[in-house]
Design a protein around this ligand. Structure first.
Ligand code: IMP
Ligand code: MG
Length: 183
């Protein structure tokens, strides 16, 4: 039996991701204070977040970073590859973000609805500042005007999987970002 991952063509290799995550961590360390509160949006960003916080650990300049991490699950896709358009909080933060410098981390910025919802929620809870880091940005689908402060890769208009991103909750384990081959 063929395993699903044999259908996936590599778009961004594990080595390319690692190099970019390291560069992003340096950008983040240069712009954010050491005691940043990382808000990771589940489920898609758990792999990126795990690598990003360890990359932050290696950034001693301009100051050692000591991030705290919390998770929030927002759902915008019920199934398949088409957005439902509405956002639901499936699991809320457990930490209080009041007065904190928050870095929201997500896997991909597409319509912008998920990140807009997350940012507005964190702002409404009176965070001191809110910045956004995404691994991927897919242009051409924006439904809401929002920009990420830190972007790993701008990708073509294709549905991608791997490195935490899923199709029907599969493929998250792939160490690279890829495209499911047609046919
Ligand atoms: P947005 O709210 O439309 O910006 O969508 C953001 C969410 O949609 C992401 O956090 C992903 O979970 C999902 N998503 C968007 N595009 C893709 C894709 O190409 N592959 C996998 N998930 C995607
Ligand atoms: Mg997601």
């Amino acid at each position: 039996m063929q395993t699903p991952k044999e259908n996936v063509q590599v778009l961004i290799s594990a080595a390319e991701i690692a190099a970019r995550v390291s560069a992003l961590a340096h950008d983040i360390a240069a712009k954010l204070p050491p005691d940043v509160m990382v808000v990771s949006l589940l489920r898609g960003s758990f792999v990126f977040t795990a690598d990003l916080i360890r990359a932050l650990h290696t950034c001693a300049s301009p100051h050692p970073m000591r991030p705290q991490v919390d998770f929030m699950t927002l759902a915008s896709y019920h199934k398949g590859t088409v957005s439902s358009g509405t956002i639901q909080v499936v699991r809320d933060l457990t930490e209080d973000v009041t007065g904190r410098d928050v870095l929201i981390v997500d896997d991909i910025l597409e319509s912008g609805r998920t990140l807009t919802y997350a940012r507005d929620l964190v702002v409404s809870r009176k965070a001191k500042s809110v910045q956004i880091a995404v691994l991927l940005e897919k242009p051409g689908h924006r439904k809401v005007e929002i920009a990420a402060d830190f972007v790993g890769f701008i990708i073509p208009d294709k549905f991608v999987v791997g490195y935490g991103l899923d199709y029907a909750n599969y493929y998250r384990e792939l160490p690279y970002v890829g495209v499911i081959a047609e046919g």
